[in-house]
Design a protein around this ligand. Structure first.
Ligand code: CA
Length: 434
């Protein structure tokens, strides 16, 4: 999968792309944008610009069903293309934006660029279904230790990529504020529950997985082919109301504690862009069971994981007023996931459940072993038993109104251009008056 589009020496005539943290020429993620007052349209991020694919089609710079699917205001058709179609398009867009493009082509393509800062970015596809996994084993251990110190993992954890069905309707793009939910909550010292604003609002740092190719109802996707059904990746914040969750979850699991909003980074980073950052799935510790055969494929174990650093930053209202920079709360890596994304697809479809282009998975909270990499405040505050002190002296156990949370991701490897995802950001607004 490595080809000339991964050459670290390749540069673009779009000057801001060269050395860009997130969107150099080697990335070329797809998204849906709109100009002020304009209609949504498909585009490709390049430096601090967006290539308007509809304009490029109209100018005759691109053609074909792949480019038409990627120019649409909903990218479900693009997600359905498969690796061959995505690669055809990647090569075309790469050629268009490369310094090697003819000068006349460059000037015509330059007319199809818009400043990203002037545009709104949208959820890039109609999301039919959203499933949230629980594959961050250190997060699962941290949560389990609070309840069962001697036996933190449930007996199924190392056999089943545990998940629940989430809510697609409340997924929003980065930059959308999140309103603190109201709900039923009951502290252990309270005799009865009450309805009111969430007291323990949290984030969960997750990796988002865009599903591409469909499988028919009743037809499982074999693990050997499961990777072919993944069309891209994003960052995902599974905002979580811990007090509502603790009260409502018995015995069926999360419901209103999660469904009030989920935030995603709006650019779809393709498997092709991430090809240099594939790594073997880290070996399971001694004593762990091997995956059952329907979840095990040699090539998936050899190259099914990803090496991507993920960070969480907080900016409080007081920090913002003082002009202070956001403070990093954690740094982890997608290699901290116990299951590969292909195993998630194989498991999800193993009973015959059908997936569709535009379905979205969350990986589960990504936490490192050490507490500098714990991906939620529930973990960092030991479920409200430990205060975090920020550099300006403020303290937090959970999120306060006005707090802004930003996720970022960076894929880096010697010999390749580093690429990122763009931010996944949201600011907490006060609860709606009851
Ligand atoms: Ca989650």
């Amino acid at each position: 999968m490595i080809d000339h589009t991964h050459d670290p020496a390749a540069t673009s005539w779009v000057a801001s792309a060269n050395g860009h943290t997130d969107f150099p020429l080697q990335n070329l993620p797809h998204g849906v944008f709109s100009r002020p007052g304009g209609a949504p349209s498909g585009g490709v991020a390049i430096g601090d610009k967006i290539l308007d694919l509809a304009a490029a089609l109209a100018a005759g710079l691109l053609d074909g069903q792949e480019a038409e699917a990627a120019a649409a205001p909903r990218l479900n058709g693009f997600l359905a293309l498969g690796a061959v179609g995505r690669t055809v398009l990647r090569h075309r867009v790469f050629a268009l934006l490369s310094v090697d493009a003819a000068v006349v082509v460059q000037s015509r393509a330059a007319a199809c660029l818009v400043d990203a800062a002037d545009c709104a970015l949208h959820v890039p596809a109609a999301i039919g279904d959203y499933t949230d996994f629980f594959s961050g084993i250190h997060h699962a251990m941290n949560g389990g230790k609070l309840l069962r110190p001697d036996n933190p993992l449930m007996p199924n954890y190392k056999y089943v990529p545990v998940a629940y069905h989430g809510r697609a309707s409340s997924i929003r793009p980065s930059g959308t504020d999140v309103r603190r939910p109201n709900g039923q909550r009951k502290r252990p010292d309270e005799a009865a529950p009450s309805f009111g604003p969430c007291r323990n609002l949290d984030y969960e740092m997750e990796f988002g997985i865009w599903i591409g190719g469909a499988n028919a109802l009743g037809e499982p996707v074999p693990i050997e082919q499961a990777g072919d059904h993944i069309a891209g990746f994003c960052l995902l914040n599974d905002w979580s109301a811990r007090d509502i969750q603790a009260w409502e979850s018995a015995p069926l699991g999360p419901f209103l504690a999660k469904s009030f909003q989920t935030s995603i980074s709006p650019w779809i980073v393709t498997p092709e862009a991430l090809a240099p950052f594939r790594i073997p799935q880290p070996p399971r510790p001694n004593g762990d069971p091997a995956p059952l055969p329907h979840l095990h494929a040699a090539h998936d174990q050899a190259a099914g994981a990803l090496d991507i650093a993920v960070t969480v930053h907080i900016l409080t209202p007081r920090m913002r007023e003082a002009g202070l920079p956001p403070h990093r709360l954690s740094r982890a890596n997608t290699s901290d996931l116990y299951w590969t994304v292909a195993q998630m697809v194989a498991h999800h479809t193993s009973n015959g459940c059908n997936l569709s282009p535009g379905d979205l998975f969350g990986s589960g909270t990504i936490s490192a072993v050490e507490d500098t990499g714990w991906g939620s405040l529930q973990e960092l505050s030991l479920a409200g038993r430990r205060e975090l002190t920020l550099p300006n002296g403020e303290t937090r156990m959970f999120l306060a109104d006005g707090d802004e949370i930003t996720f970022r991701a960076q894929a880096a490897r010697p010999g390749y251009a580093s690429i990122g995802f763009g931010p996944c950001r949201g600011t907490v607004w006060p609860a709606r008056a009851i």
